[in-house]
Design a binder for this molecule. Structure first.
Ligand SMILES: Cc1cc2nc3c(=O)[nH]c(=O)nc-3n(C[C@H](O)[C@H](O)[C@H](O)COP(=O)(O)O)c2cc1C
Length: 164
């Protein structure tokens, strides 16, 4: 299984609702392709993890690259032969991180949202933020972050898309 983490920047202003709709459409597509993942958004920057079979992830990435709603797409991290899904609960879900206080309160003082804006992005920062946001989202909605069970990648409910 392949895991890819990428960062990109919005080209046009999208509302929270627009991004939630984008995430729902992504989740529906991903579910069909047995892809799971998670993304965060902060200040118009996206950070997203995709996991699945190499050909499925590559095909999805090709489509994502062609999407004019974002640009400056940068693969921050990529790992082949990942033994198990690290973001297996949802086919895709989004968490909004546009709040400095939230960063310090939940992620600790080692993390600042300013780093979301820097390019190239540090892989350790990207993985750290995604993993902490994913665990937080799972705990808020009462899901086990490690449990995928027999069900592969749920479609998130809008209220499970965490906005702070
Ligand atoms: C930041 C960002 C992340 C996206 N992530 C996904 C994704 O995980 N899966 C997906 O199918 N489409 C994703 N998309 C949307 C695709 O770029 C593309 O619009 C969509 O796959 C087209 O699907 P459709 O033909 O069903 O409309 C993403 C778009 C953006 C801007």
């Amino acid at each position: 299984m392949l895991q890819v983490v990428f960062r990109s920047q919005l080209t046009t202003l999208l509302s929270y609702l627009d991004i939630q709709r984008l995430c729902l459409a992504a989740a529906r597509n991903n579910r069909k392709a047995s892809i799971t993942g998670f993304m965060v958004e902060c200040g118009g920057v996206f950070l997203q993890s995709l996991e699945g079979q190499v050909c499925d992830v590559s095909e999805t990435l090709d489509r994502i690259y062609r999407d004019s709603r974002h640009d400056h797409i940068e693969i921050v991290y990529s790992e082949q032969d990942v033994p198990r899904r690290r973001f297996g609960v949802w086919a895709m879900n989004v968490m909004f991180l546009d709040d400095d206080i939230f960063w310090t309160k939940v992620f600790g003082s080692g993390y600042s949202c300013d780093e979301m804006l820097s390019q190239p992005m540090e892989p350790a920062f990207a993985i750290g933020v995604l993993a902490m946001a994913y665990r937080h989202a799972c705990s808020v909605v009462g899901m086990d972050p490690a449990a995928t069970g027999n069900r592969l990648g749920r479609i998130p409910r809008i209220r499970h898309m965490i906005r702070r």
